[in-house]
Ligand binder design. Sequence first.
Ligand SMILES: Nc1ncnc2c1ncn2[C@@H]1O[C@H](COP(=O)(O)OP(=O)(O)O)[C@@H](O)[C@H]1O
Ligand SMILES: CC(=O)N[C@@H](CCC(=O)OP(=O)(O)O)C(=O)O
Length: 491
Amino acid sequence: MLAARVPALSGRVVAKRAALVAGQRRVAIGAARRVQAAAVRSIQTNIAQTDRDTITRLLYSIGTKREVERYLRIFSSSSNPSHPAKFAVIKVGGAVLEELDELALSLSFLYRVGLYPIILHGAGPQLNDIIESEGIVPDYIDGIRVTENDPKLDAKTLQIARKVFLEENLKIVSALEKLGTRARPITSGVFTADYLDKDKYGLVGKITRVDKRPLEASIRAGALPILTSLAESPAGQILNVNADIAAGELAKELEPLKIVYLNEKGGLFHGVTGEKLDVINLDEEYNDLMKQSWVKYGTKLKLREIKELLDHLPRSSSVAIISASSLQKELFTDSGAGTLIRRGYKLFKHDSIETLGADRLRQVIRDRDPDVLSGYLTVTEVLNNLQRTPFTIYGDEPLDVIAIVSHPEGEIPVMTKFLSSRAGVLNNVVDNVFNAVKKGPPPALLDRAGGRREPRVALRARRRQLHACGQEPVLVRRARRQGGREGRAGL
Ligand SMILES: Nc1ncnc2c1ncn2[C@@H]1O[C@H](COP(=O)(O)OP(=O)(O)O)[C@@H](O)[C@H]1O
Ligand SMILES: CC(=O)N[C@@H](CCC(=O)OP(=O)(O)O)C(=O)O
């Protein structure tokens, strides 16, 4: 008999096998990443000698044909002769300019498929290197460079800043032209600014007007517009503007399909765990995030600016923070890359059916409750059962996820329903609502020692729900980004 011949596996063997499988998975993931990186490299190195069709075919190696065609179609139709600057605003952090070839290849790639992003670059690190070598200590207040206001130093920082910014601008233009990509330096005439606060920051501008005509003229002439973050006052004084802020103002004016911030790290990283933040839902997370001790200086300013920008734009807009080499993946695949920042939806908490809306709740239960779907209970029975004890309903505004916690007087509260749509799973709303339930009140999920714990019922309900949506719990992290794309552009 087979069973008799197979020795029982010892715990150690099982552990070893598990480690082996995990190792193989890591190797497989590593290999897949290498293949993808190689695909992107081959796409990039081929740019100079390939035409649009070939590039489009090459794109298929980083995403599915369907994805790539869909995004290409949408991006291509976003710009037309009357609104040529509608495709994308790409902010290039100064640190990214240290790998200029990579950047030039990624941008040339877009140019070759007929897409004209507006490029705005910073050059903070380059400026720091030079002013430090001249014995000036860089001075920032809240992430904004104090741009010399000391009469003894005259306007020295601005003088150097202007020189450095123009040099970096020309380097980008030259790198692009070397690849056969036409590019136009636009170093004045777009941003008009007043002093932000002359006493505090010196020669720093607060943008009051964006003139998009030079950008549109550049695109119509077939050249990528390359902007630097300098503005002029109405009296003609040049003013330094933080590049994150300038990019935000540009995006507010142009309302492009895509807003991308390139940094050298390829996203925003949690300052304590070191993990990359895949998605930030600002409505839910902004206030907490801004209180974190690691969110300071440039990072704080960036988040504040992006929030202001997204508050101004339609709710479906988002900002992606990625590396230059991830540009194609971000633009042409559902899974994207780096950190996606969007407003998301606010979560709610109601203690009665009426405040949520009886019809809306009935609909969710009818569509998603396994007891109703299997014919075991009617919607009315579910609602009647629900009202036998005090309860709290958690969820997100479009009702992609609702969780119902029943908390009878003097008893441990129990999460009795966790109902999610597929979009709720894909958009990471599931985790957000679950976290809201854990936080309470009611202080639902305390163990005997008074510590918080995940209730088994809740976990089981959540797993069942994920399974019903065709997702295994382990896939939630990956699915989250995919949902972000679909949710964002309504593609
Ligand atoms: N939480 C973080 N996530 C990612 N990068 C960070 C973080 N905190 C600090 N940095 C680093 O700070 C540098 C400067 O930040 P910032 O001024 O925002 O740069 P940039 O505007 O050029 O992207 C970044 O280039 C990055 O290396
Ligand atoms: C007023 C102000 O802060 N200006 C910035 C502009 C350049 C910039 O923002 O460059 P990064 O994107 O590389 O940081 C500065 O002088 O550093």
